[in-house]
Design a protein around this ligand. Structure first.
Ligand SMILES: NC(=O)c1ccc[n+]([C@@H]2O[C@H](COP(=O)([O-])OP(=O)(O)OC[C@H]3O[C@@H](n4cnc5c(N)ncnc54)[C@H](O)[C@@H]3O)[C@@H](O)[C@H]2O)c1
Length: 377
């Protein structure tokens, strides 16, 4: 079936994986990638598909309602996968307004543009889809009730030996929203608007809340690429607090596969949690990264351990996130495919093999940003 799909934020980390997957997998679809190209957007992420006949790139700001409305018309959009957002918690603490602008007003502008366009069509919402990508951070923080880790109650084909849980409570789709950072508050607000457009106007919406992603093409302000890059340059590795905070990690291509499945098979108005069943303390993940980078660079074991530098904790730092994504497993048959150890090995190799990509984005403004954010804390 021919479809015209608008993917927002497609030049960012997760978005570029979703765009690549859709352009390659669905030659009959026309994929319109709309991105403002903020510091986080990088067209080099999409070199491989930029000349494909089923792909168009549009540089625009989702907050600009008139432009969104025109693009809906011009490309006869019948499906939207909305990833464009400001996505870094540390930046949201410094500049919450930008987060409210893009994440809240931008999502609202996109919803209204889709509503107005789809309502002009004879079939209206029939066959349409507005799929909003959100985060597990909207649920708030879980406690670290088992600091040493207990056997996880969940296993998948991709479960690793590590496979611990650091508490007995997990986020469900029904968990009450309780965001703590300006980032998660702005994402929570956008999720509410999306659901309100379904409940009020009958818009065919879906929301998914995913845990931390890792993999190629992630901007090196986020933990895993930041640390790989710093080890390479023998720079300090800034660890917040004691490094005890726990996150649930998912390989980005597994998230993209889930998005593909949910976009096509998900039930309208439903929410699906997406997670890796893969909890790690930050300090443990850092040790795995150091070990892997040192091994791949031919350094002696333990060579980069001395780079670990404990810094003042992030304000309001959530202790633990852990997703229960069994609904998605049960109802649509999705599972993470990659074991964490394999995913990390692949990720480290990718960054070490793509040093030009890293050097390009870490030149210029990045250095100033880095100093401001992590040094002298
Ligand atoms: N990275 C994660 O671990 C994770 C986990 C769960 C959910 N999410 C969500 O997934 C989405 C993508 O995350 P990511 O990590 O790829 O983010 P990212 O920061 O790497 O990319 C965001 C993209 O959005 C674009 N963008 C920002 N503001 C825009 C605007 N006003 N108009 C148009 N484009 C704009 C940027 O240029 C960039 O290309 C976000 O909505 C985020 O909340 C991310």
């Amino acid at each position: 079936m021919k479809r015209n799909i608008l993917i927002t934020g497609g030049a960012g980390f997760i978005g570029s994986h979703v765009v690549r997957l859709f352009v390659n997998k669905y030659p009959d679809y026309h994929i319109v990638n709309l991105d403002k190209l903020t510091y986080a957007g990088n067209l080099a992420n999409l070199k491989e598909i930029e000349d494909r006949p089923n792909y168009t790139f549009v540089r625009a700001d989702i907050v600009d309602f008139e432009v969104m409305r025109r693009i809906m018309d011009e490309h006869e959009i019948d499906g939207i996968i909305h990833l464009a957002a400001e996505s870094h918690v540390d930046r949201s603490i410094k500049d919450p307004f930008t987060f409210a602008r893009t994440n809240v007003m931008g999502t609202l502008s996109l919803l209204q543009a889709a509503k107005e366009y789809w309502e002009t069509l004879p079939e209206k919402y029939e066959g349409k889809r507005f799929y909003h990508i959100s985060t597990d951070e909207v649920y708030g923080a879980l406690e670290l009730t088992n600091p040493k880790g207990i056997e996880s109650p969940f296993t998948t084909a991709a479960s690793s030996e590590h496979h611990h849980a650091y508490g007995t409570v997990f986020f469900l789709e029904t968990t009450k929203y309780n965001p703590h950072s300006p980032y998660s508050a702005s994402k929570a607000s956008s999720d509410h608007f999306v659901r309100a457009y379904h409940d009020t106007y009958g818009m065919p919406t879906i929301v998914t809340n995913c845990s931390n992603n890792y993999g190629p093409y992630q901007f090196p302000e986020k933990l895993i690429p930041l640390f790989i890059n710093n080890i390479r340059h023998r720079k300090p590795l800034p660890v917040y607090g004691k490094g005890e905070n726990v996150r649930d990690w998912l390989y980005v291509e597994d998230h993209a596969r889930a998005i593909d499945l949910i976009f096509h098979k998900g039930i309208i108005a439903e929410t699906y949690n997406i997670g890796g069943f893969n909890e790690w303390k930050n300090i443990d993940i850092i040790k795995v990264i150091i070990k892997t980078v040192d091994r791949l660079l031919g350094n002696p074991e333990g060579y980069s351990d001395e780079l670990i530098t404990y810094v003042t904790d992030r304000l309001g730092h959530d202790m633990r996130y852990a997703i229960d994504s069994r609904k998605l497993q049960r109802e649509l048959g999705w599972e993470p495919s990659l074991q964490f150890e394999e995913g990390i090995e692949r990720t480290v190799r990718w960054y070490l093999d793509h040093q030009d990509w890293m050097d390009n984005i870490t030149s210029g403004d990045y250095e100033r940003y880095y100093e401001d954010m992590y040094k002298n804390r």
